[in-house]
Structure formats: structure tokens, C-alpha cells
Design a protein around this ligand. Structure first.
Ligand code: CTP
Length: 426
């Protein structure tokens, strides 16, 4: 296939005019500064796939920081420099952002399987990227605006639906690409190319993923959780035994899969109830269930998870069996409250991942809504002053009993109910 192709017509057709104009301006600044400038990576991939993507990554042959300064001035955008990496981000008033990088050539100066002469800087920059589908560039300079640079047959892989590394050491140099390969494969319904899969397995068996910091692995897993169908990618991670290299004591069974399926199906309703949920922690609640404490401690340290995670997962593990029965038999809310109280979003996700029948699910959601909406209008002070109860332990007990009664029966008269409670006690 051709290495260069004019795709201006595609750009005009598919890119919103606001962004297209911006790209044209950036190209004209390239002319001004006499620097070749390109849009690269995911933006180009998605343009060819006909998918929306407004993450603009610019690569400049020359001093990217100097170019960014010039562009930010011309465009009236705020610039944030990352000097160490020779990159900068431009922020527009409406929050829109573009990233500008200097073409990087420091690695793979002499890749064995490339001719050693006349390799352009942009080609080297593209060569150090993760997969062929992410390694295309479109030139933006005015005269060549819209010229696609495809050195590695990326378009062929896009057409055939293949995830392919650019060279043999790609996964060794950055083992997080093992996880990325699965993410892109599942996102686009592609397949990891045969030789790439072989290298992936080799790298996996070489223990390279274990050398990566938890922080970086966590980032890649979190990106999977932002995908439209995270479960597909997680299943594939399990199938390719990648998951075992991340969480060595997790057994990915059909039961586990069902729980994860429930988790992802329930996220919407849990978000409605809680506004916020940490999906990563919720996932780990399931993946790390029944781990021994020592391994759990190691895992939470590696992935930067708060210590209280251990207490919460263990507490939920012991409460689950009775709780699930109580929900199934629709035992009154006050009794459920005594077991689980007002659970966190992540604990709710954990519990609900075990609930397979709609009836039980409905009952538990009803319980949560009731717990969130039930507030006492009487305070402990009322007991102290009007009813002459002085002992604070006693006050706590009575107030809790009152709350429980209101959970079961929201229409009670609190004052009257209080009197009954106090009478019952004596
Ligand atoms: N990249 C890489 N190796 C990595 C991470 C990123 O080579 N471990 C390269 C890829 O070529 C990618 C670019 O850096 O195109 C930008 O990375 P990122 O924004 O993470 O990926 P996108 O391709 O933009 O993916 P997405 O569609 O998920 O935003």
C-alpha cells in the first residue's frame, strides 16, 4: 500500500469545522516557524474508522516547545509546559485542549529491520508507538495539509482488524501495552495479530508485567473501565492469562464472570443512588474476594488502595450470606439495617453483584432508597430535655430503635413512638 495518501477530503467530510479550522491554523504556524507539524495517533486512527475523537495530539519536527509557545500566542490559548518531555498542552477558554510534542527519536535510533539511511524524524517517532493502528500521522502544513503518512501498513491492519506491534521489543519496553492490546482489540472488535500474540505471551511469561508499577497498571485497568463494554476486555485479560499476572490469586470462573456482569449492569442504578462510585475499587472487591490477608496487604499497597479496603471487603464477605437470605425472604428493613447499615457505594456494588433475581434486586434498592430518605426530626437532645433520659449510651440506643421503626414504617409519629419505646424498656 501507498505510504502517503491525500485524506483531506475525509477530514473535510468528517471533522467538525471548528476543529478542522484549528488544524489548518496549526499547519499555518508550521509554515511560519518552518517546522513540519502533524496530527498523530488515536485521532488519525478514528478519522479513518469514521469514529468521533477530539483528542488532538500534535507532533512537531523541531522544537515542539517553541512551536507550542508560538501557537498559544497566536490562538490566545493558555499553555502548560512539560519541559522534561519537550511537550506542552494548550488550553482554550472553553476547556478544549490539544497536546503538542516534539518528535521523539531517542529510542530505536538504529532499528535492525529498518534501512539506516534517510529515516525521517516523524517515522522514528511513529515507530516507537504501541500498535500500527496508532502509528499514523497526517501532515498539517498548509501546502501538504491532509497528507496521510502510513509507514507501517496501518491502514491494512485497520481494514483487517488487527492489533500489531511495530517491533519485537515493544511489549518488553512497555509491558502496559499488553493490557492496551486487549483494550483496543475489544473496543474495535479486532484481533491481536498472531505474531504479536506470540510476543505478548513471551513477554508475559518472562515476568515483565510484574515489573511495572502498580500505579501504571491501575491506570490501564481504569482505562478499560471507561470503555463501553469493560467486561469483554476483562474476560479477554482472563482468557489470555494476563489477569493472573496482575492478580495472581484470582480465579476467573463462570461465577466470577456472573458477578462482574452484575456489577457493570448495576453501575447505572448505583450512580443514581450515590452520585459517585469508584468503579476500580468495586471491581477489586470482586476480584480480590477471599484473598488471604497477607496477599491482600501486598496488593493494596502495590495499587495504592486505602487500608480500610481490607476491613470493608472482609466485613462484606462475612455479612453476605445472611444478608442475601434476608433480602431473598424480604425480611423487614430494620433487620437488614442491623446487618449492613448504610453501605458505601462500593459495598452496595459488591452486595448487588451477588443478586441474580430481579425481585431481590428491587427489594434491596428499595431498602437503600428508604435508608437514604429516612431522617429523624427528633434529636437526642429532645430525649435529654423533654423525656429526662440522661445516659448517652441509653440515648443512642433509643434513637437507633426509633430510626429502625421509622425505616419499617415511615409514617410513624416520632413523639408517640418514643414514648412506646421508653415504656417497652421499663
Ligand atoms: N502510546 C504508546 N505506548 C503506551 C501508551 C501510549 O505508544 N504505553 C502512544 C500510542 O501510540 C497512542 C498515543 O501514545 O496513540 C497516545 O496515547 P493514549 O492517549 O493513551 O492513547 P490513544 O491512542 O489516544 O487511545 P484512546 O483512544 O484510548 O484515547
Amino acid at each position: 500500500t501507498l505510504k502517503f495518501e491525500d485524506v483531506k477530503h475525509l477530514m473535510v467530510e468528517r471533522i467538525p469545522s471548528r476543529i478542522l479550522n484549528l488544524l489548518r491554523l496549526i499547519g499555518s504556524y508550521g509554515e511560519d516557524k518552518k517546522m513540519p507539524v502533524y496530527v498523530v495517533g488515536g485521532f488519525v486512527r478514528d478519522l479513518l474508522l469514521g469514529l468521533e475523537n477530539y483528542d488532538i495530539d500534535i507532533v512537531v519536527e523541531g522544537n515542539g516547545l517553541e512551536f507550542a509557545k508560538y501557537a498559544s500566542k497566536q490562538l490566545g490559548a493558555k499553555m502548560v509546559e512539560h519541559e522534561k518531555f519537550l511537550t506542552a498542552s494548550l488550553f482554550f477558554k472553553d476547556g478544549f485542549r490539544i497536546d503538542i510534542a516534539t518528535a521523539r527519536t531517542e529510542y530505536y535510533e538504529k532499528p535492525a529491520d529498518l534501512p539506516q539511511v534517510d529515516i525521517s524524524t516523524i517515522k522514528k517517532d511513529l515507530y516507537r508507538r504501541d500498535f500500527t493502528i496508532n502509528a499514523m500521522a497526517i501532515k498539517l502544513n498548509t501546502k501538504e495539509f491532509g497528507l496521510l503518512y502510513d509507514f507501517f501498513d496501518s491502514r491494512k491492519d485497520l481494514k483487517e482488524g488487527l492489533i500489531r506491534v511495530l517491533h519485537k521489543l515493544s511489549f518488553v519496553e512497555d509491558p502496559t501495552r499488553i493490557i492496551r492490546a486487549v483494550r483496543f482489540e475489544q473496543r474495535f472488535g479486532f484481533k491481536i495479530e498472531e505474531e504479536t500474540l506470540r510476543i505478548l505471551n513471551e513477554t508475559l511469561n518472562g515476568g515483565f508485567l510484574e515489573k511495572v508499577s502498580g500505579q501504571r497498571i491501575r491506570q490501564e485497568l481504569e482505562k478499560i473501565l471507561e470503555e463501553r463494554e469493560p467486561l469483554n476486555a476483562i474476560k479477554r485479560l482472563a482468557q489470555l492469562k494476563i489477569l493472573k499476572h496482575i492478580f495472581p490469586k484470582t480465579y476467573f470462573t463462570s461465577v466470577m464472570e456472573k458477578k462482574l456482569e452484575n456489577l457493570f449492569n448495576n453501575l447505572r442504578i448505583i450512580k443514581e443512588l450515590y452520585k459517585k462510585i469508584n468503579v476500580f475499587y468495586s471491581l477489586l472487591r470482586i476480584l480480590l474476594e477471599y484473598y488471604d490477608i497477607d496477599t491482600l496487604k501486598k496488593v493494596i499497597k502495590k495499587y495504592g488502595i486505602p487500608k480500610k479496603f481490607i476491613d470493608e471487603i472482609k466485613a462484606t464477605e462475612t455479612r453476605l450470606p445472611p444478608l442475601l437470605n434476608m433480602i431473598k425472604y424480604k425480611i423487614r428493613f430494620s433487620d437488614i439495617y442491623k446487618v449492613i447499615g448504610k453501605p458505601s457505594a462500593e459495598t452496595t456494588a459488591h452486595i448487588m453483584s451477588y443478586i441474580d433475581d430481579e425481585d431481590s434486586k428491587e427489594y434491596f434498592v428499595e431498602y437503600l432508597k428508604r435508608v437514604f430518605s429516612t431522617k429523624l426530626s427528633i434529636s437526642g437532645n429532645y430525649l435529654k430535655e423533654k423525656m429526662n433520659v440522661k445516659n448517652s449510651v441509653e440515648i443512642g440506643k433509643v434513637m437507633n430503635e426509633l430510626y429502625c421503626r421509622k425505616l419499617d414504617n415511615p409514617s410513624i409519629n416520632e413523639e408517640e413512638e418514643l414514648k412506646k419505646i421508653l415504656e417497652d424498656e421499663t
